[in-house]
Design a protein around this ligand. Structure first.
Ligand code: AMP
Length: 405
């Protein structure tokens, strides 16, 4: 079979992240970021192997940025593209997997926009521009929420009046689905299980953080909820707080919703606790120097992470392994060690030497002795998106597609 190519696009309101993936290569053939779109200072930085260049996007339009990608694709692709894969944050309850984009899929993304007002409209701008520029190949949407559509109602429903769910979609959706799915399938490979099998607890720890309980490739529960604010302590996001906090702050400090939203999403988490930084590297270094705020922030982050993992364990019949991924999960031995210390009840224990292995290593096991597996697995959401696109194309070629929705 020839080596097929997929262009993966993640379009925001002022940026487009892209990667050209081939089926066989572990690294993208071409990748980059167009930024400051919507302004006169639009700029695109790209790299392919050791070559790096910058292109100005004079009119700052998404369509211009995508059009300037075409000659680059021709330069670095040795054959025509098979598909374009678009990351879409919210698919509501419409989709359980990747979808070839047509008018119905676009309408469903629009329908889910109230649940992701910052993301979905921006994705649509990118989708429309890309479909105009690359009009002779399939465009496929991959939803962050789709993987978690396998959660049972007892995991996804809030204890709120039913009409809020029925009429307004108020429920838990979960995010980071592409990453959780990818590392769980890599975990099966690493542990020599049947492909896609196993009972995993996964922790995606980057700027945004979430945990997931996965059984045989299906998400059974996850820490994020209706929005990506629920759950763990993150870089600048609070994670779980008492739901009465909103009314308390409104009553006692006179804060309006925008002020409260901003505080919970931008001023909280590691940054709020430490008073220093949202970056775990800075906090680990400051903790070593005895900084009290950094020490507390790291402790709260790890304790709340362990508490979340322990809670999610009830969704699984057993634990085949715990997987750490994301910038923090892959690179911070201290975070892994402090978190696993709180999980001794599950027999989980870390081997200090394996845990200290320098970052950048491929997927590896770091558990001690008889502990269930503890794995560090670099995530690769673009690769997962490209793979899901190719699986869908194959399915579409071999059998008529049944539409979801
Ligand atoms: P991501 O969103 O997955 O790129 O992860 C970003 C986060 O990873 C940043 O907030 C950093 O704090 C964290 N990070 C990256 N490298 C390290 C490291 N060596 N030690 C601790 N944290 C790290």
């Amino acid at each position: 079979m020839t080596d097929r190519l997929v262009l993966v696009i993640n379009c925001g309101s002022s940026s487009i992240k892209f990667a050209l993936r081939s089926e066989s290569a572990r690294k993208p053939l071409l990748s980059g970021l167009a930024e400051r779109l919507g302004t006169a200072e639009g700029v695109m930085n790209w790299r392919a192997g050791d070559t790096r260049e910058q292109v100005m996007i004079g009119d700052g339009k998404h369509s211009t940025a995508l059009a300037s990608l075409l000659p680059l694709i021709e330069r670095f692709a040795d054959q025509p593209l098979t598909a374009v894969g678009h990351r879409v944050v919210h698919g509501g309850e419409h989709f359980t997997g990747a979808q070839i984009i047509d008018d119905q899929v676009i309408a469903a993304i629009e329908d889910s926009s109230p649940l992701a007002p910052l993301h979905n409209p921006a994705h649509l701008v990118g989708i429309r521009a890309a479909m105009a520029v690359l009009d002779d190949i399939p465009h496929i949407a991959i939803f962050d929420t789709a993987f978690h559509q396998s959660m049972p109602p007892h995991a996804y429903r809030y204890a709120l009046p039913e009409a809020l769910y029925r009429d307004h979609g108020v429920r838990r959706y979960g995010f980071h689905g592409t990453s959780h799915r990818f590392v769980a399938s890599q975990a099966s490979l690493l542990m020599g299980l049947e492909p896609g099998h196993g009972a995993w607890l996964t922790a995606h720890l980057g700027n945004g953080c979430s945990t997931c309980a996965i059984l045989d490739g299906r998400s059974l529960d996850t820490s994020m909820g209706m929005t990506p604010l629920e759950g763990l302590v993150m870089g600048t996001r609070s994670g779980d707080v008492d739901p009465n906090l909103h009314s308390h702050l409104a009553r006692t400090l006179g804060w309006n919703l925008d002020r409260i939203d901003h505080m919970l999403n931008r001023e909280s988490g590691l940054l709020g606790l430490s008073g220093l930084s949202n970056d775990m590297r800075t906090l680990v270094a400051a903790r070593a120097d005895g900084h009290p705020g950094a020490t507390l922030a790291v402790e709260v982050f790890c304790y709340r992470l362990a508490r979340s993992l322990a809670g999610l364990a009830v969704a699984l019949p057993r634990i085949d392994g715990l997987v750490f991924t994301g910038g923090i999960g892959e690179n911070s031995p201290l975070t892994r060690e402090l978190t696993v210390r709180h999980l001794a009840l599950f027999g989980l224990a870390i081997d200090p030497a394996a845990n200290a292995t320098p970052p950048g290593n491929p997927a590896r096991q770091i558990q001690a002795g008889n502990s269930p597996a503890i794995l560090v697995i670099p995530t690769d959401e673009e690769r997962q998106i490209a793979e899901e696109c190719l699986v869908l194309i194959e399915l579409a070629n071999t059998q008529p597609m049944e539409k979801e929705d």
